[in-house]
Design a protein around this ligand. Structure first.
Ligand SMILES: [Zn+2]
Length: 217
């Protein structure tokens, strides 16, 4: 089994493996604590199955294992509280794998970096990151948006902002990305700006709740 930075890597393309190594090395250099968290959570890199590629996925950070299951017996108050704490903490402690499409190997290095850094950004997720980027108004922005903002915020912080920005036009704005400093205007009213810290700020009050999720940048 090949490894990259001590992590299992089932990616048989050498250039893609080298890029994974470069991305991890840059994270180690820029944000050592993020690097340590990634190393603790990540179990492996592997190729994205063809079925997922066919659905339009460009990469995936996948949780492994199952959340804790409530014991089938009456729990004391303290046990119950402890159980809820472990369930809530699970997304921030669970193991992950990162899946990359085979076709990424023939793409330019900047696109490989943008994809790998974004997926690693999902793995780095902490509760505090979510709270900071919880949406300004959940009638407009779903939890999925919050997770994508967190992933990109990490990728920018690790120095891959230029690559992510370059990838932007190819990404699906519906659930993925706008560049920090840019604005979103919903068809049904409401303008929002994404700050440099990847937090949406309202610019104009929506006339009414969105009836159509379509939006423009
Ligand atoms: Zn994502």
């Amino acid at each position: 089994m090949t490894t990259v930075h001590g992590l299992a890597c089932r990616i048989d393309n050498r250039s893609l493996r080298v890029t994974i190594g470069r991305v991890l090395a840059q994270i180690r250099q820029r944000r050592p604590s993020d690097y340590r968290r990634l190393k603790a959570r990540l179990r492996r890199f592997r190729y994205l199955p063809q079925s997922a590629v066919a659905q339009g996925l460009g990469g995936q950070a996948r949780k492994l294992g199952k959340p804790p299951v409530r014991p089938k017996r009456l729990l004391s108050l303290a046990e119950s509280a402890e159980f809820h704490r472990t369930v809530e903490a699970w997304p921030y402690l669970c193991p992950y794998e990162v899946l990359l499409p085979r076709s990424l190997a023939s793409e330019p290095t900047w696109l490989q970096c943008a994809t790998i850094a974004h997926e690693l950004g999902h793995v780095a997720l902490r509760r505090i990151d979510e709270i900071r980027r919880s949406t300004v108004d959940d009638r407009w922005f779903t939890y999925e948006w919050t997770l994508e903002l967190v992933a990109d915020w990490y990728a920018y912080g690790w120095g891959f902002g230029r690559d992510i920005r370059r990838h932007g036009p190819r990404r699906d704005v519906q659930h993925h990305f706008i560049a920090p400093g840019s604005e979103l205007t919903f068809q049904s009213g409401g303008r929002f700006r994404l700050t440099r810290r990847f937090v949406f700020r309202r610019i104009t009050q929506p006339r009414r709740p969105p009836t159509d999720p379509w939006l423009t940048v």
